[in-house]
Design a protein around this ligand. Structure first.
Ligand SMILES: Nc1ncnc2c1ncn2[C@@H]1O[C@H](COP(=O)(O)OP(=O)(O)OP(=O)(O)O)[C@@H](O)[C@H]1O
Ligand SMILES: [Mg+2]
Length: 230
């Protein structure tokens, strides 16, 4: 069995063929950086002939964008949707995933985003409980990807801060996300509008800093230029 899943996006070149089938891949970046575009692209590619499980926690799955990127009725038939609206729902639904993968042949699990509701729920009093719940969700997803060899793709928001006058970004949920995600891919805006850069920040077999520029077009995510190394 191939240990990479093709995404039909510039990630394939960046990641030597696609996302790993026995690991959690985390795509992170600011609003508008292309996280949902990548999630939709790999969803369409995979659901042409396989079933996938798609959890949308922000109501960001747009039928119009799905169609623009090539998705059709046949793709939709192969997608098991989870529309979750609260952190509590998300926590419960992630615990149901294993029962579904035991019954159906699922080729991909997507959670867009894993931390949107977490971020809304977190406050100074509940952070221990909420962080523990997030770690539990990651541990379930990690167990599933390793046991069933189903790739898991999650998206992750970021927040900005200043350090010595430099603008930096950090993943929402920081250490928890970094610990459980075997691959971390950062998305950044490039100079030209609608251009983005995807950068490997952590990977088991690819050097950190490898990057590729791409353009978000109406019908596809198109790589522009060659692979780079920071
Ligand atoms: N039809 C289109 N043609 C070209 N570019 C588009 C089109 N639709 C969306 N985009 C681009 O995609 C961007 C949004 O990307 P996306 O929704 O993937 O971001 P995101 O990282 O998921 O953001 P968020 O954190 O808000 O969920 C828009 O800012 C726009 O630049
Ligand atoms: Mg999004």
């Amino acid at each position: 069995m191939d240990n990479r899943l093709k995404t039909n996006s510039p990630l394939d070149k960046l990641l030597n063929g696609g996302i790993e089938c026995d690991a959690i891949t985390n795509i992170y970046g600011p609003a508008g950086s292309g996280k949902t575009n990548i999630a939709l692209t790999v969803t369409i590619e995979t659901s042409n002939d396989k079933k996938i499980l798609y959890m949308d926690t922000e109501g960001s799955f747009s039928a119009e964008r799905f169609r623009q990127l090539g998705g059709n009725e046949n793709n939709l038939k192969n997608i098991i949707f989870f529309d979750v609206h609260s952190w509590e729902d998300q926590h419960r639904e992630i615990q149901r995933i294993e029962r579904i993968v035991e019954k159906e042949r699922i080729a991909l699990i997507i959670i867009d985003s894993l931390v949107a509701l977490y971020r809304l729920e977190l406050d100074s009093e509940n952070f221990q409980k909420i962080n523990k719940q997030l770690a539990t969700q990651y541990s379930i997803l990690s167990m599933i990807t390793r046991k069933y060899k189903i790739p898991v793709l999650v998206t992750n928001q970021v927040y900005g801060y200043k350090e010595d006058g430099d603008e930096k970004i950090e993943l929402t949920s920081r250490a928890i996300a970094k610990y459980w995600s075997k691959a971390l891919i950062e998305l950044k805006r490039a100079e030209r509008s609608n251009h983005r850069i995807a950068i490997v920040r952590k990977h088991r077999s690819i050097a950190e800093g490898k990057n590729i520029e791409f353009e978000i077009k109406e019908r596809e995510l198109k790589e522009v230029g060659k692979l780079g190394f920071f």
